[in-house]
Design a protein. Structure first.
Length: 94
């Protein structure tokens, strides 16, 4: 199984700044291996959904902001790659 994601979520005013570092080789060539889908949920609602392909770099970094979160709330980040591997990690908003 891939290494855990490094997730940092910080409450800022009425929004949340989220930074995610994902551990994934994102290999190209004869047998491509890359993340296809990234989903981030907060309070049971999707706050980010991204469809990726083989052009995304190895160990991708993602940063975004969303409104409505507060300190102590939990985020869930899930990715699925083109070979069916998946990784889910959680973080608490600081």
């Amino acid at each position: 199984m891939p290494d855990p994601m490094r997730i940092r979520a910080t409450a800022q005013g009425d929004g949340v700044d989220v930074r995610i570092l994902m551990s994934h080789e994102m290999a190209a060539g004869k047998e491509p291996h890359f993340i296809e889908k990234v989903t981030v949920t907060h309070a049971g609602k999707v706050v980010l959904s991204a469809d990726w392909g083989p052009a995304v770099s190895k160990n991708p970094y993602l940063q975004f902001k969303f409104a409505g979160g507060k300190k102590g709330d939990e985020l869930t980040v899930t990715w699925v790659d083109n070979k069916g591997e998946t990784r889910t990690d959680k973080a608490t908003i600081n």
